[in-house]
Write a protein of this length. Structure first.
Length: 107
């Protein structure tokens, strides 16, 4: 899933597009939003970037709506998800399904 980076946070494409539209309506968009060298991500969302913001040590979620961004994981990230799946839970199981990690064993 594509993601934007804005003010040290990750946003899904829908939330990032909404932030960009709001900033544009306030007259705070850069002259050329495609020239990412002309502005800082503190001022205006950069992206969208593929792979949910890129490889990380844990699953990324949108800081706006909370949707899972489906980013790739490091080996530490796979360990993190495997540990999170052990006690169960909806979010951990969503991660396990996406990353192909076995869920907890039936008791």
């Amino acid at each position: 899933m594509n993601a934007y980076i804005y003010q040290a946070a990750l946003y899904c494409e829908d939330c990032g597009d909404s932030i960009r539209a709001r900033l544009a309506s306030e007259g705070r968009a850069p002259t050329d939003p495609t020239d990412e060298t002309a502005f800082d991500s503190e001022e205006y969302p950069k992206g969208p970037y593929p792979d949910g913001g890129g490889e990380a040590d844990s699953p990324n979620h949108c800081d706006g709506c909370g949707v899972f961004l489906e980013n790739p994981l490091t080996s530490d990230g796979y360990e993190y998800v495997a540990e999170a799946v052990a006690p169960g839970g909806d979010v951990a199981e969503q991660w396990a399904d996406f990353y192909g990690i076995e869920g907890r064993e039936a008791a």
